[in-house]
Ligand binder design. Structure first.
Ligand SMILES: [Zn+2]
Ligand SMILES: [Zn+2]
Length: 290
């Protein structure tokens, strides 16, 4: 059923434009309509400019930076076609999930991508610490943590990069804020006093910048007990007047809409009564959750 709160501002990672997506973009958007979404933001991964930042499946396919750029350009063309074709059934936004590599120039790359493709918006996510990927596998995570000198320094560096990303990229949506929880779980390290201090600083920046903080339910399909971010962060964000949104972070038809209702319940349980959706017009609209 179509209900106003059924929104996803980050997802639609599709197999025709990403080596680790499964289904093509059009069937994913048809699934979004069938699920009853009112707004669906498609956010292909931004192309990375150097092959040292490629993911395993891209290396396997002998990809070059030029191939990633071509995939992204083709993605925008197809997404714009579908945005028009399905306009009477679903508000589709065409965006990108940007990366923070290379650390020296990711802001310039994100700004160029936005302008070159006239993107509706950007999701800012951190998947790399010290230019090492950490959410790709347990062993990648362990390697990145070891190179940072242990879990706490890793987490503090991670949140420093999130703060930098927010200041340098100005994304409309901040992606999966505590994604290291994928491998850390709910251990005390995720909410130590120094970590809380950094998270509070980030939430102030998100609120001041008028950005949307996503509740990303991909954590639930990956076996975690709560979406990103953890409920203590949701509560602090709520108290800091941060605006929330919802995301399924889908990479297949099956994942479109999965657990979004749980995300809504999670927000309500944590005292959040509304979410915000971006509009093609560029405005954000508040939507009651009940
Ligand atoms: Zn992905
Ligand atoms: Zn991501």
């Amino acid at each position: 059923m179509r209900e106003p709160w059924k929104i996803s501002m980050h997802g639609g990672h599709s197999g025709d434009f990403s080596k680790h997506g499964q289904d093509d973009l059009e069937p994913m958007l048809k699934a979004a309509i069938a699920f009853g979404y009112t707004t669906f933001g498609v956010t292909a991964h931004a192309p990375r400019s150097a092959d040292k930042f490629f993911y395993a499946e891209e290396v396997e396919a002998s990809y070059t930076p030029r191939d990633l750029n071509a995939d992204f350009a083709n993605y925008v063309t197809e997404a714009r076609r579908l945005q028009t074709a399905y306009a009477d059934q679903l508000e589709i936004l065409v965006g990108a999930e940007v990366e923070i590599v290379p650390e020296a120039g990711f802001d310039t790359e994100a700004a160029a991508l936005r302008v070159q493709h006239n993107l509706d918006y950007i999701v800012g996510s951190v998947h790399w610490v010290n230019e090492m990927p950490f959410d790709t596998s347990r062993s990648d995570f362990d390697t990145a943590v070891a190179s940072a000198g242990g879990l706490e320094p890793f987490l503090l560096r991670y949140y420093d990069l999130v703060a930098q990303m927010i200041e340098r990229v100005h994304p409309e949506v901040v992606g999966h804020l505590d994604v290291p929880r994928l491998y850390v779980g709910d251990s005390d390290a995720m909410s130590s006093a120094p970590v809380r201090h950094k998270v509070d600083d980030i939430l102030e920046r998100v609120a001041a910048g008028g950005m949307l903080l996503e509740v990303n339910v991909s954590a639930l399909r990956k076996g975690l007990t709560a979406p990103y971010p953890a409920s203590w962060i949701v509560e602090r964000a709520r108290d800091a007047s941060v605006r929330f949104t919802l995301s399924d972070d889908s990479h297949s038809v099956e994942q479109v809409g999965a657990h979004i209702a749980d995300g809504r319940d999670y927000l309500l349980t944590n005292g959040v009564r509304s979410v915000w959706a971006l509009r093609v017009s560029g405005e954000a609209q508040e939507i009651a959750l009940e």
